[in-house]
Write a protein that binds this ligand. Structure first.
Ligand code: THU
Length: 146
């Protein structure tokens, strides 16, 4: 259960959305013609971003959020506080299931996502998520192996 006050001021959402739009303009999407940009704000105030990068092997396409997470890790890591994802019209775009998992790893339940209906916490966007804490619950399967 999240205990955080799930808010971010309007101006910060605008700044984050503008960064996502800028990233979206670099999208490589010759197959879907659906450019996407993602921008994240870290808890220590940095911004990271990414765009979708498609491939002739459609299934190996990299979503915009993949690029954003790569940007985060490459620039020192840290925790995501808020994420904005935009489509080619600059409107908020819901993250796909796989990208919800990617964001959860680096932002947890409290991270805010700008959904088409407005900001939502990851605890709502990906309820009951599987994450790092689930791995530490079990150290080995040996205890049950006979
Ligand atoms: N896409 C993203 O970049 N992020 C999402 O969360 C949803 C989908 C991209 C993948 C593909 O290049 C295009 O949008 C159409 O699915």
């Amino acid at each position: 259960m999240s205990t955080m006050t799930n808010t971010l001021d309007e101006q910060t959402w605008k700044t984050l959305t503008a960064a996502a739009v800028e990233a979206m303009c670099s999208a490589y999407c010759p197959y879907s013609h659906f450019p996407v940009g993602a921008a994240g704000l870290t808890t220590d105030g940095r911004m990271v971003s990414g765009c979708n990068v498609e491939n002739a092997g459609y299934g190996v396409t990299l979503c915009a959020e993949c690029g954003m997470i790569s940007d985060l890790v490459r620039h020192g890591g840290g925790r995501l506080k808020a994420v904005a994802i935009v489509n080619g019209n600059g409107q908020a775009c819901a993250p796909c299931g796989r990208c919800r998992q990617l964001i959860f790893e680096h932002g947890g339940n409290e991270c805010l996502i700008l959904m088409p209906t407005g900001p939502m916490a990851m605890s709502e966007v990906l309820p009951g998520a599987f994450g790092p804490s689930n791995l530490s619950e079990v150290t080995s399967g040996q205890a049950l192996a006979k």
